[in-house]
Design a binder for this molecule. Structure first.
Ligand SMILES: CC(C)(COP(=O)(O)OP(=O)(O)OC[C@H]1O[C@@H](n2cnc3c(N)ncnc32)[C@H](O)[C@@H]1OP(=O)(O)O)[C@@H](O)C(=O)NCCC(=O)NCCS
Length: 205
């Protein structure tokens, strides 16, 4: 019989060369609020949930929900922390999980000041490693708005395959339909990449 998702073992955290990726804890709420609040202008065009952050309590309810979803294995929401300082850099995770076929979607954001340093690239490497090497993934996908050039560069740079454009598949800021670009890896693609060796050295150390 298929293993129940709730019984799936997951590492407490993943450590890369410069970032640590782990589920949120209650005490992260203050940093989450500060990060989202200071970054809202940059994040809002691409992430509809940002508009729902109106007070620090919204971050408290987010971290509690995120932790609960992680424990239930329904949505593997994680925070990204700078390895050296422990400070919050942003958020990511393996979302929209289909455990039957082991398909995952990676989402991400970085706070102001954390962009342009390769932190997201490293986070996506860690989560992709987790999906293929610990969770038996058959598919890891990343979607973005066609105008989100910065987001698109992350999967492109890591060798994800551009599969196409889903037309009118998601609601934009004004509620109207927007297209999404879809990038993905399947095990055969992942096996051809050269970067997993380097990531393995850190996470399996
Ligand atoms: C999308 C987003 C996470 C990308 O962040 P990012 O910092 O550009 O992504 P990376 O971590 O891959 O960093 C790449 C950049 O770091 C630079 N860099 C610096 N040091 C580096 C290092 N050691 N390794 C790799 N890249 C490095 C790269 O040159 C590149 O810079 P460039 O974009 O000026 O060419 C960020 O722009 C963001 O938070 N956007 C708003 C939210 C959003 O759109 N989320 C996605 C919705 S689909």
């Amino acid at each position: 019989m298929e293993q129940q998702p709730i019984l799936i073992d997951l590492p407490e955290e993943l450590t890369g060369p410069r970032v640590v990726v782990r589920p949120f804890r209650e005490e992260d709420a203050r940093q989450v609020w500060e990060a989202v609040d200071e970054s809202r202008e940059r994040l809002e065009p691409w992430l509809p949930w940002v508009a729902g952050y109106r007070s620090p309590d919204d971050a408290v309810s987010f971290v509690r929900r995120a932790r609960a979803s992680f424990l239930l294995r329904e949505d593997l929401v994680v925070g990204i922390f700078e390895r050296e300082s422990g400070g919050l850099l942003g958020g990511s995770g393996l979302h929209r999980i289909d455990w039957r076929i082991r398909a995952f979607e990676i989402g991400y954001w970085l706070r102001n000041g954390a962009e342009g340093r390769g932190y997201m690239r490293e986070t996506v490497q860690l989560l992709t490693w987790l999906a293929f090497e610990r969770l038996g993934a058959n598919r890891v996908e990343i979607r973005m708005d066609p105008e989100n050039v910065r987001s698109r560069r992350v999967p492109e740079g890591l060798g994800f395959v551009f599969e196409g454009t889903l037309r009118n598949c998601t609601a934009g800021r004004d509620g109207g339909p927007r297209d999404s670009h879809v990038f993905a890896l399947i095990p055969e693609d992942y096996g051809r990449l050269d970067w997993p060796d380097e990531i393995r050295r850190y996470v399996e150390a």
